[in-house]
Design a protein around this ligand. Sequence first.
Ligand code: PMT
Length: 403
Amino acid sequence: MLQNKHILIGITGGIAAYKICTLIRDFKKSGAEVKVIATPNALNFVTKLTLQNLSQNEVYIEEFDVKNWKPEHISLADWADMMLIAPASANTIGKIAQGLADNLLTSVACAFSKKIIIAPAMNCNMWNNETVQENLKTLQRRGAEILEPENGFLACGYMGKGRLCSLDKIYNAIEEALNYSQTLKGQKVVITAGGTIEEIDPVRYISNYSSGKMGLALAKSAYDMGAEVVFITTKDFDVPFKKVLVKSALDMQNAANEEFETANYIIMAAAVADYRVKEYSQQKMKKCEQDSITLEFVKNPDILAELCKRKMDCYEDKSACNCKPVIVGFCAESENLLENAKAKIAKKGCDFLIANDISRKDIGFGVNDNEVIVLSKNGDILKLDKAPKNIIARKILECISTI
Ligand code: PMT
């Protein structure tokens, strides 16, 4: 899978540096070309000779060790298909986030316009430091992928979060990033995420368990596939694409309507409340004498169904409705998944419906995995087995972009 791919690995000064030796060997075995930049501190933990032998390439350390007319930090950035920084120390993370370029590794990172994957490893108190977390968010917002460290026994003697994530996780992330096709280049993809918040009064609201993770995974995958992404969300994630933060179903509908005309794809992964309170109370509702109270609810618009209707109204020839935007709904069911999904796709009129079983604790709401059935309006059905949401997201996008 990695045949002829160019992987640039930046190693910083941390005890986990020795683990990267195994990773270099694995990349080489898979057919990749590997070049290593080591910070001077990294060489306190692994030797230049080891890295050189494993990568079968020169190891780059000095910034001004210029061998041809092009400075090293530019030629390495041009050569690589992607860059991995592992282990990434708090120091290097901070410098890259601030755009500092005081050694070869940070200079290359500063000049790097392709995908960067960062696998931090450090003491748990350093990991929890607010500045470190802000720096990571900054990098994430600019498109870097952060592979969070794991909990466990740390070399400094502490127990906590800070241990380099597993090498399998790093390998898989690299493989996935390198094998992304740019099939959505030039396409605008609008994605909704999270549970809507329907306010009752200034302190209370009704909502649901949607964490926004499924929508976020779709948005990130679409972005990696080259799309211009508009992310309409009730959850405030740091993302490198346009984000529209909303609360209620009505807010979400307005935001989606605004993007409709220029969208190529609209994917509704949000869990939208079907009802909102009839009358929002401007003041905090007081506890009263009675043992029970009654709130009256009114129906929210069905955003998905109305978008589908708007699309149909755009075309006089209804058989031409394969045209843009392709509209994709989700379907959250706790029983009779396929049966209910078939009824829902017919009722809502969308091009695709992604059905998931939200009665299971290991998939659906809040967790990192999902298992879905993709239904198309033509009656095709595809089951995607349980996998992390980013894998499911990518498969969904591949599937809906082939019509
Ligand atoms: O966010 P996570 O924690 O990662 O969880 C992911 C998820 C379970 C929320 C997601 O995978 C999912 O299933 N999202 C849709 C949830 C939902 O509202 O399903 P539904 O079957 O009630 O609605 C069907 C479709 O109509 C959905 O696309 C929904 O966005 C849309 N809808 C629903 C009601 C409404 N008033 N307007 C709508 O547009």
